[in-house]
Design a protein around this ligand. Sequence first.
Ligand code: ADP
Ligand code: RBF
Ligand code: MG
Length: 361
Amino acid sequence: MAQPLKKLMSCVILDLDGTLLNTDGMFSEVLKTFLVKYGKEWDGREKHKIVGKTPLEEAAIIVEDYGLPCAKHEFVNEVYSMFSDHLCKVKALPGANRLIKHLSCHGVPMALASNSHRATIESKISYQHGWKESFSVIVGSDEVRTGKPSPDMIGVMAGKAAGMEVVAVPSLPKQTHRYTSADEVINSLLDLQPEKWGLPPFQDWIEGTLPSEPWYVGGPVVKGLGRGSKVLGIPTANLSTEGYSDVLSEHPSGVYFGWAGLSTRGVYKMVMSIGWNPYFDNAEKTIEPWLLHEFDEDFYDEELHLVIVGYIRPEANFPSLETLITKIHEDRKVAERALDLPLYSKYRDDPYLKITSSKGQ
Ligand code: ADP
Ligand code: RBF
Ligand code: MG
């Protein structure tokens, strides 16, 4: 039988801020510092309004909302000079380096289209190893007649207007509904499946898991919403997200696995969810490790340290509680099996799991 023709992508156009680079984080940092000068406090309330806006539009919103006694262009200039001092600290978002390396290794031409000015783009990416050489074309908003959403400059609407296939990666949580015109909305670049778009598939998945450099979270086990055992039959020893905003912003919400050390008991395999539990639509982000061991009793307040070694999938919504439970049990099996691989089992001996101090770091 004849196969339907698969649409082959010949090139990829990438957005920069909030897609490849964690510039949102930097924006808040700069604004906080800036507003203090005017005796104001940045509370993050503008975040939703300024995503995807040009710098002048952003400035207008902020100057107005905070009632700043300065002209918009002064604000832009000042914030921009502070930006340039912060650019070296901007981090690549999860999966950005992996994607760029993958596409360049396979000779897929890449372009970068950003609403920043060309010079700002150049300095932003100059701190990221190997990025500049990977793009055959870089276009800034000062180099086209009309910026996004016109197709001169690629955004979701712009990409569709130009007849392209568009994958959106919202940089703020719970925003999927704002990208209905995209062909797919994914939670982070880790979830991109290039083969869906006629591009070479990633080959770094191992038995249903994506290995990562290990990362560390710990603290006393806190009370959750009392749902894990009662509603799902799956207890999760919740950790407080306080003090972990940096680590958490570096890692997308999702299902992860690794090793868990309990101060008085030992080291166990662990599978966990981090995020807003779309099925329950939590208001707060939670860290919920399920230790893969039968315990005879609760261990609230006990010190729990986690070494997270890989990723399994994004958090998802489910049509029923049963399907959610079935999926979590699948995650458990994936984690249990993977943690026996030498690649992951070696972290069982990580000193972070042998807790000696009373407080997690
Ligand atoms: P909560 O909403 O307070 O987190 P859960 O129903 O999720 O309540 O139950 C979690 C508690 O159950 C943990 O804090 C821990 O004390 C206990 N517990 C017992 N067995 C396990 C396990 N295998 N993994 C995680 N927690 C467990
Ligand atoms: N909740 C969701 O709403 N969507 C998920 O995809 C999801 N995946 C999970 C995966 C694992 C391994 C675990 C332990 C939990 C997951 N949960 C998910 C979280 C679950 O909703 C949470 O543990 C309960 O709400 C109890 O607080
Ligand atoms: Mg819990």
